[in-house]
Design a protein around this ligand. Structure first.
Ligand SMILES: Nc1ncnc2c1ncn2[C@@H]1O[C@H](COP(=O)(O)OP(=O)(O)OP(=O)(O)O)[C@@H](O)[C@H]1O
Length: 269
């Protein structure tokens, strides 16, 4: 592995064996790709292609009915070989996940400010006062008009788009080396999608954050990604620079995804 690579996935296979079943099905087949420091890699594929399983395997967040072979080197260590205790330290602090449904990441009875303070204090030695000041700073970065008021609100008082921006602010505050954003805008309308993509652009440009951006939508990925990997039926069918793949897709499945994203862009309200 070159020293520049932050993440290097080699020959990743993921198998599913339901409890009590003798049959083991292979879902991900021999997937390999690298992510350089400071770059964004888009992982694109249709529903059920295996994007989420591939990205969750990096965080060792797969249910125990899945088994994984191959290697996932992150900062030099193979994550598949690390004990859970070490993975837990990496998760959140070194590798953070921005999921599709942000609501599931929040506890409904804890205020936005408390979520931010707690997540920062669980990874860094900070007083509550400093953590609160930092929370306000990062919410300002996410263009919230009144962060001092926002921190006393509860998750149910915020829209899906606002919660997603809070989650990005929390992620920023942890300053991870790698962010995995799994369909971060799929549930949102066009205007909110634009806001979120803009916030992710800020993350990339100001903080030099490396990112795996998972989406079924080529248009979303093309806004941010340097490189793209296309997954179909659990197999990597094409990868390359976003400009080259977008202009001259080699695989017919990639062409279909690009056409679908152009249609989606026209139709999304
Ligand atoms: N918990 C699960 N139990 C059984 N099969 C699963 C589970 N999660 C995923 N799969 C199967 O694994 C395959 C890949 O799923 P995955 O969620 O990675 O796809 P995806 O590309 O992220 O799709 P989507 O965008 O719809 O989430 C699918 O065929 C799916 O049915």
């Amino acid at each position: 592995m070159s020293t520049e690579q932050l993440l290097s996935i080699k020959n990743l296979n993921i198998y599913l064996q339901e409890h009590g079943s003798d049959t083991r099905n292979q879902i991900i087949h021999n997937v390999s790709f690298d992510l350089e420091k400071g770059k964004v890699l888009g992982i694109v594929g249709g529903s059920g292609s295996g994007k989420t399983l591939t990205s969750l395997s990096v965080l060792s967040l797969l249910h125990d009915k899945f088994s994984v072979t191959g290697s996932i080197h992150f900062n030099g260590a193979d994550l598949l070989q690390l004990p859970e205790r070490k993975i837990r330290k990496i998760r959140g602090k070194e590798i953070a996940l921005i999921p599709q449904n942000p609501m599931a990441s929040f506890n409904p009875i804890i205020s936005i400010g408390e979520h931010m303070v707690e997540s920062m204090r669980s990874h860094q030695k900070l007083t509550r006062k400093i953590a609160k000041e930092l929370a306000i700073y990062y919410l300002e970065k996410m263009n919230f008009a009144d962060p001092s008021d926002l921190i006393s609100q509860y998750p149910f008082q915020l829209s899906g788009g606002m919660l997603q921006r809070v989650l990005i602010a929390i992620t920023l505050s942890l300053q991870p080396s790698l962010i995995i954003a799994d369909e971060p805008t799929t549930a949102l309308d066009k205007v909110t999608e634009d806001h979120i993509l803009h916030q992710l652009e800020i993350m990339k440009e100001e903080y030099d954050t490396s990112m795996l951006l998972v989406s079924h939508d080529f248009h979303v990925v093309s806004r941010l990604a340097d490189e793209v990997a296309v997954i179909h039926n659990g197999m990597l069918v094409e990868k390359g620079s976003i400009v080259n793949v977008f202009r001259q897709p080699n695989h017919s499945y990639t062409k279909q995804l690009i056409d679908a994203s152009i249609r989606l862009k026209r139709e999304k309200p």
